[in-house]
Design a protein around this ligand. Structure first.
Ligand code: G3I
Length: 329
């Protein structure tokens, strides 16, 4: 079992509808989840587009169902994601209030959401929602990405967001999350310099999420370097959305042995470098972005096979690769 070979939480993604379903495949899905993992992230249900339903109006019901499942089955929940340019409710895109009113809406949303999900604790008084991705994908390469948030609040919206989240909950772990932190050196350096500015300006931040959407042959030497660079910030390190594409150039109709082995090796390397490079006190955990291939955002009707289980829920060689890496092999 994955969770038994790691000294840190092992996660996967869920939806409230899958957890509520009693179909045969969702029952198997939950069996695997309960056996192999001890941390869950909502794939979509706890994003702004799903929960921020109108001005000063929130719908936390899907997130609440996920938290209830976690409490009952002994999972930690990682909150994902408070502010992301790709998850904006329609009404907010066309919000006609002033920029000040827009900012007040976002501040109230961040505070209400963090406070709401801080309420549920386990039998030991530990909050079930341990952490939040406060800002997701602020950078585009090494530049600040232009978004509704930079346009209406300013390029310092990310600093405000972390401060609002901290005001709402003094203890929850606050993460910055992004992709290609391994692979894009300029982007990584921009993130590291953002973190050091946060620290010198007393802006609260606890951790960095490295999404880790990888390809079977990318990145190579930059993978350990990037994990080392992020660990050197001294913050918690979360591998937050791991998957490995075998077919990024769409040149295969089915998986070849060579690509499958390259994928296995990539999973092994992530497990190995995370375990061996990140100091134990900074190991927040490793989360895989999906259980079965067909449930992946990359599956696309059968044109990629990026995960640890096939569509019949059998483990693939990628699963063995990750176990080997976590065991230090
Ligand atoms: O639920 C609706 C369904 O009712 C509708 O018929 C269908 C039509 O397109 O859309 C369904 O919603 C989709 C949802 O996934 C559930 O499948 C959305 O369109 C689609 O945009 C959404 O994609 C998600 C994507 O984030 C955008 O929110 C993916 O599932 C999810 O895996 C992906 O995850 C992101 C992380 O949050 C951030 N990092 C990158 C990662 C991959 O893109």
């Amino acid at each position: 079992n994955l969770k038994d070979v790691a000294d840190f939480p092992l996660g996967n993604i869920v939806s409230a509808s899958k957890l509520a379903s009693t179909s045969a495949s969702n029952t198997t899905f939950k069996d695997i989840l309960n056996q192999e993992y001890n941390s869950i992230t909502a794939e979509n249900d706890m994003k702004m587009a799903n929960m921020f339903t109108g001005p000063d109006t929130y719908d936390f019901s899907d997130g609440d169902a996920i938290v209830a499942y976690a409490l009952e089955n002994g999972f930690r929940v990682h909150g994902h994601a408070l502010i992301w340019h790709s998850s904006i409710p329609n009404w907010l895109n066309t919000f006609e209030g002033t920029d000040e009113e827009f900012e007040a809406q976002i501040e109230a949303y961040v505070k209400a959401t963090v406070a709401h999900f801080a309420e549920v604790t386990d039998g030991d008084g530990v909050p079930v929602v341990a952490s939040w991705d406060v800002v997701n994908e602020y950078f585009d390469g090494s530049a600040v990405r232009t978004s509704l948030f930079t346009q209406r609040i300013g390029t310092d919206f990310h600093e405000k967001a972390f401060q609002w989240a901290r005001e709402a909950d003094p203890d929850v772990k606050l993460f910055y999350n992004d992709y290609n932190i391994a692979g894009e050196v300029d982007k990584r350096n921009a993130i590291i310099s953002m973190v050091s500015n946060f620290i010198s300006d007393d802006i609260p931040i606890d951790g960095i999420g490295m999404q880790m959407h990888l390809n079977h042959d990318w990145p190579s030497t930059d993978l350990p370097t990037s994990i080392q660079d992020i660990a050197d910030t001294g913050l918690l390190v979360h591998i937050s959305e791991l998957d490995v594409k075998a077919n990024y150039s769409d040149d295969l109709s089915e998986l070849t042995v060579e690509r499958a082995q390259a994928q296995e090796e990539q999973y092994q390397r992530v497990g190995y470098y995370y375990t061996s490079i990140v100091p134990q006190a900074q190991q927040f955990g490793l989360t895989i972005w999906g259980v079965r291939d067909q449930d992946s955002w990359l599956y696309d009707g059968g044109s990629d096979w990026p995960l640890l289980y096939d569509n019949d829920f059998n483990t693939k060689i990628t699963h063995r690769g990750l176990v080997d890496g976590l065991e230090g092999v």
